[in-house]
Design a protein around this ligand. Structure first.
Ligand code: FAD
Length: 407
């Protein structure tokens, strides 16, 4: 009987286990997760769970009983320290050695760190795990002034949550616009204005020089403009890196993520990598290898790897999509909009309900939708179907996305 060992008990790892059983896999499944908790979803950590409106129990992806019923041996609070690929064995943090026939790495990501005087002061936090979210919530409840360093997705979601809780909130972003690397200028500008309208102070082209404190507790953030912003909670939201060190140490090919092929196989055919830790070729990026951080990517890659393990191989080509809730703004992105050269905005920006259609070389590469769920779903179908549509068509008066689906 084949033994599949999954390293990482997150969104992707949990989905691999579930999909293997759904595909009829009858072998042993062992899942090893470094965190103490049952596998959980992370998106609410910066939103409803941080605000206290969603309980911890509602975050869990599967109940404890599911693991026993599905015959998945779950190890919590234990991490895999090394892989011996020749012997097909892994060593755990407590010294136990386990064998595998197939190994799936679903190790996720880790914080990108910034070197900053005062980084170690109490009240300076990052957010990726449930434990970090709950520590942040405790601080947030008592905080008067919150400073978020980094105007990316997680930083902006935390800022929106903090502002909604009545905290004086400031976002400092090094770049001249929010989420410059991933969003069109039009959507970035809309988000900037909507955060400001909600009372969040957003400073662009702003850099932190030092975190200041008293008695080991952060009290202020000093910026290059010479300002000292009062702060009793500082959130570092400067991005994530792939957790690929374990793979690299085992001699697997890594480069900003564990390199995999379109079936999620690493450079060793007995080892797969899925989710935030993996970098896979994507037709949505013109065939280049990309590392995506989204629930959709974690789930779909896990399904694809599970199918490959049971011999029903299909290349990974799902349309990437992502969402971010920031206050009353629901942003959804279909496709990969990086590298676009032309945009067409459809809808009413002043009413906060519009979509930005992004093109590269006249080809549709993605659609960013703000508070337009139906438009987002239609855009996903259009991209999946490979409908050829140019900026001229989208820019016509009375353009309807749905009409593109009538073949
Ligand atoms: C605060 C926050 C908000 C987010 N919001 C959104 C959103 O709105 N929409 C969206 O689409 N995505 C969102 N994401 C991204 C999404 O949650 C991730 O893309 C997804 O969780 C990736 O799943 P994963 O299984 O690859 O990694 P993870 O869920 O990070 O799981 C990896 C697990 O592996 C464990 N691990 C690592 N190394 C080892 C080891 N050596 N041994 C054992 N265990 C190990 C880790 O402890 C971790 O539990 C958000 C992420 C965060 C942090």
């Amino acid at each position: 009987m084949t033994d599949v060992v999954i390293v990482g008990g997150g969104q992707a790892g949990c989905q691999v286990a579930a999909s293997l059983r759904e595909e009829g896999f009858a072998g042993n499944i062992v899942m090893i997760g470094a965190e103490e908790h049952l596998p959980y979803q992370r998106p609410p950590l910066s939103k409803a769970h941080l605000a206290g409106s969603v309980t911890r129990e509602r975050l869990f992806l599967r109940a404890q009983s599911w693991f026993a019923e599905a015959g998945v041996e779950l190890h919590r609070g234990r991490s895999v320290e090394s892989i011996d690929r020749a012997a097909r064995k892994i060593r755990l943090s407590d010294g136990e050695v386990m064998g595998y026939d197939v190994l799936v790495l679903a190790t996720g990501g880790r914080h990108r760190e910034i070197v900053l005087p005062g980084r170690d002061l109490a009240g300076v936090l990052s957010l990726r795990t449930l434990a970090e979210a709950e520590a942040m919530r405790e601080r947030l409840e008592a905080a008067g002034h919150v400073v978020v360093v980094g105007g990316g997705f997680i930083g902006l979601e935390v800022a929106a949550t903090a502002a909604a809780m009545g905290r004086t909130t400031t976002v400092l972003e090094l770049a001249p616009r929010l989420m410059g690397r991933v969003l069109s200028a039009a959507t970035a500008e809309f988000l900037l204005q909507s955060h400001r309208t909600r009372g969040v102070r957003v400073e662009l082209s702003a850099s932190v020089t030092e975190l200041l404190g008293t008695g080991g507790q952060v009290t202020a953030v000093a910026t290059t403009s010479g300002e000292q912003l009062p702060a009793d909670l500082v959130v570092l939201g400067v991005g994530a890196l792939a957790e690929d060190a374990l793979a690299g140490a085992a001699g697997l090919a890594t480069d900003n993520g564990i390199l995999v092929d379109e079936f999620l196989r690493t450079s060793d055919a007995a080892v797969y990598a899925v989710g935030d830790c993996a970098r896979a070729p994507s037709r949505w990026a013109g065939g280049s290898a990309v590392r995506l951080e989204s629930v959709q990517n974690a789930v779909e890659q896990a399904r694809c790897a599970a199918r490959d393990i049971v011999g029903r191989s299909e290349p990974y080509c799902a349309v990437p999509w992502f969402w971010s809730d920031q206050g009353d703004v629901k942003l959804q992105i279909a496709g990969l909009t990086q590298g676009h050269d032309t945009t067409v905005t459809v809808g009413a920006v002043d009413q906060g309900a519009f979509s930005v259609w992004c093109f590269a070389g006249g080809r549709l590469v993605g659609v960013e939708s703000v508070n337009q769920v139906k438009e987002h779903l239609t855009a996903r179908k259009i991209l999946a179907a490979g409908v050829a549509v140019g900026p001229e068509t989208v820019g016509e008066a009375g353009f309807s996305a749905k009409s593109l689906l009538v073949f």
